[in-house]
Design a protein around this ligand. Structure first.
Ligand SMILES: Cc1cc2nc3c(=O)[nH]c(=O)nc-3n(C[C@H](O)[C@H](O)[C@H](O)COP(=O)(O)O)c2cc1C
Length: 160
């Protein structure tokens, strides 16, 4: 199975996730390549059986460049895709010490659903998604991120 991993990491966390995913997929027998979206043309992606899109989050959404890239993707209808989104880990309110509610958290975590909408309108078929947390606004990745990537790889390969 050939997998193309396309990410839009700015501070390097998503790039680390993309490279770890490449490593895990390769160790399980797939052929995986990693590219930043600035290095490839959305309309001329290298051939693959499945495309993984990795996006950071700004104000609850994928950055504009990622949305534009997803809109321009030009692949045969039914092509499989998966998404990983990196998010700031929910933190307790500085004044009250209370954790945000599930509803509040969801407002700041719309990256996956927005990209799903764009990619599915473009004819792609979803296989898996995952969220990976960073502990500060710019990182580092939260503890246990490698196990999330491992489980994500299993779902991509249809083994769980
Ligand atoms: C200006 C700014 C706004 C952000 N807004 C959000 C947000 O709304 N929700 C969220 O989960 N993370 C937010 N983050 C954290 C980013 O998701 C985090 O920087 C990113 O996932 C790191 O990925 P990268 O290292 O691959 O660029 C924000 C970060 C910055 C710098």
């Amino acid at each position: 199975m050939r997998v193309e991993i396309l990410h839009a990491s700015k501070y390097g966390n998503g790039e680390q996730v993309a490279k770890e995913l490449q490593h895990v997929l390769s160790s399980k027998g797939a052929q995986a390549s990693v590219h930043h979206i600035d290095e490839v043309k959305a309309g001329q992606l290298p051939p693959a059986d499945l495309y993984v899109f990795g996006s950071p989050t700004r104000m609850g959404k994928p950055p504009g460049g990622v949305r534009r890239f997803a809109k321009k993707v030009d692949l045969p209808s039914g092509t499989k895709y998966a998404i990983f989104a990196t998010h700031g880990a929910p933190q307790p309110d500085k004044k009250t010490g209370k954790m945000p509610t599930a509803e509040e958290i969801a407002k700041w975590q719309r990256t996956t659903s927005i990209l799903d909408e764009v990619l599915q309108a473009n004819g792609l078929t979803k296989v898996a998604d995952t969220i990976v947390y960073v502990t500060g606004l710019k990182g580092p990745l939260d503890e246990g991120w490698q196990s999330k990537v491992e489980a994500f790889a299993e779902r991509i390969l249809g083994r769980s």
